[in-house]
Design a protein around this ligand. Structure first.
Ligand code: 6AU
Length: 274
């Protein structure tokens, strides 16, 4: 049986990472495989929208470095991320900082742990490019293992949604091989990819999260390419749909988030034969 034919509930008991098990459990309980990409720059717009949409999502994706924080407050970033954590607990979703680390292990360690954003302290999941080789995974993992409390997980970018991206094909195969390397088992939750990855090995389970999802096929004029929830989840075996502008730029974000949730969830149910 392919991983994509198993239920999220089953996978929540067998996934090799604690962060993955927790996410799959949330997806199964809340009946949602929707990740909201909250790509807004004003923190006072973000918090109310996350409060509104929290019940619809399994995961909140942030780009912390696009936000303009008010210089007047003493610790605006800490206050903001603490609020996100509180909302995550309240509405039972996880937080994914879309940092796309891409440097040598030693540098990404410092970028993940410290600096102004202290990503490891508040984001349950982050992502990294495979370009630097396996040291990037090991560097991030060393930081993650020192975080006390909730588990931390990593997604590797195996391919991208944008036109002309260099991922996929042989690059994806090499990225998968890195995720399979010894020592990183408890940390690599899955991939950013456009279809199911891995699973040929018995018991292997990588959660695939997919951006470039719209209610219709299309693009944005800067290379982004949109496919529908049915194509992404139903046909191509991805697990989580990542939606940004399709929700945040809509005049009724709550109503449209429910359309995305419901279409992606139905596509999943169809896939597992429910
Ligand atoms: O729905 P959109 O097009 O408004 O936003 C898609 C979001 C953006 C991108 O930075 C991100 O998904 N993204 C990623 C991620 C999640 O890593 C990879 C990729 O290949 N394409 C992509 O759009 O926040």
């Amino acid at each position: 049986q392919k991983t994509s034919q198993k239920t999220y509930h089953t996978r929540s008991t067998t996934h090799k990472t604690a962060a993955g098990r927790k996410l799959l459990q949330i997806m199964s309980e809340k009946r949602t495989n929707l990740c909201l990409s909250i790509d807004l720059t004003n923190p006072s717009e973000i918090i109310p929208l996350v409060t509104l949409l929290g019940p619809k999502i399994c995961l909140l994706k942030t780009h912390i470095d696009i936000i303009s924080f008010p210089p007047s407050e003493p610790n605006p970033i800490g206050t903001f991320t603490a609020k996100l954590q509180e909302l995550a607990r309240q509405h039972n979703f996880m937080i994914f900082e879309d940092r796309k680390f891409a440097d040598i292990g030693n540098t990404v360690q410092e970028q993940y742990r410290g600096g102004v954003y202290k990503i490891a302290s508040w984001a349950h999941i982050t992502n990294a490019h495979a370009v630097p080789g396996p040291g990037i995974i090991r560097g991030l993992q060393a930081v993650a293992e020192r975080v006390v409390g909730e588990p931390r997980g990593l997604l590797l970018l195996a391919e991208m949604s944008s036109k002309g991206n260099l991922g996929g094909g042989e690059y994806l195969k090499q990225t998968l091989a890195m995720a399979r390397e010894e020592g990183v088992e408890g940390f690599v939750v899955g991939f950013i990819a456009m279809s199911e990855v891995g699973g040929e090995v018995e018991g292997e389970d990588f959660i695939v999260m997919t951006p470039g999802v719209g209610l219709e096929v299309g693009g944005d004029g800067l290379g982004q390419q949109y496919r529908t929830p049915e194509e992404v989840v139903g046909r191509d075996g991805c697990d989580v749909v990542i939606v940004g502008r399709g929700i945040v730029k809509d005049e009724d974000p709550l109503a449209v988030a429910e359309v995305y949730r419901e279409r992606a969830w139905r596509a999943y149910e169809g896939r597992v034969g429910k």
